[in-house]
Design a protein around this ligand. Sequence first.
Ligand code: ADP
Length: 270
Amino acid sequence: PRSADSYDKLAKVGHGTYSNVYKAPDRDTGKLVAMKKVRFDTSEPESVKFMAREIMVLQKLDHPNVIKLEGLATSRMPYSLYLVFDFLGSDLTRIISRPGMRLTESQIKCYMQQLLSGLRHCHERGILHRDIKGSNLLIDKRGMLKIADFGLANCFSPKSTRPLTNRVVTLWYRAPELLLGSTDYGVGIDLWSAGCLLAQVFVGRPIMPGRTEPSFEEAFRDFPTSSHGLFTTLLDLDPSRRGSAASALQSDFFRSSPLACDLSEPPVVY
Ligand code: ADP
């Protein structure tokens, strides 16, 4: 690993359960990176296990719509480990929560296509993300979307009988089988979260914020007809009928006009 001193830590831009994230230019190249500083808590051995798993998962992935682990950096006294990523200045939640912001249909397609392409890659490599939500979908100035935060991700194998924890995924995006306690779930949980997000970008707010009974049938009526098939598949109560990220990318929604906008025309004012 490189020395953490080879980056110029400018500001803290975020934090998670076991980490702080800093914006920092590389002192040699000037390139902006995000440094995720891992808190090793010896009284909490889980923190080390989670970090090792996150690094292992990130090393298996290589796709334009998945955040790339550029490398590791360390500092001494006190010892710290940093995960170094490309820096992306915004995320989907931040973009859609701007007052008055409504994405156009082609912008929605552009982001959903990128999300599903990234998910298809993760699932093909045997990785479940397990925390798909707007704030984990980082977006750069050109409108490029990258799935980030693999802190809850895990490897899966359809043949495995090893039980998986169902205490995953932020509640509003959590699939019904998880809520019912399933420990042998699969890619369907990420697809359900993607379906919640798709509805959220159309409606302008989360569709199941966990306080009231969801009433999304009604909201669906206002969505473009070409999107109905995709919604009903991604949000099927039966996970075996949700298909795959690959099949979702083939849905009518992405083939009908207006088509997804091009990345060369930035999808939103940044
Ligand atoms: P945790 O796993 O601890 O939740 P995250 O990986 O989600 O940590 O990072 C926490 C926050 O740091 C994110 O919500 C985001 O605001 C910021 N962040 C993380 N990675 C990047 C990045 N590559 N570029 C810019 N900001 C980032």
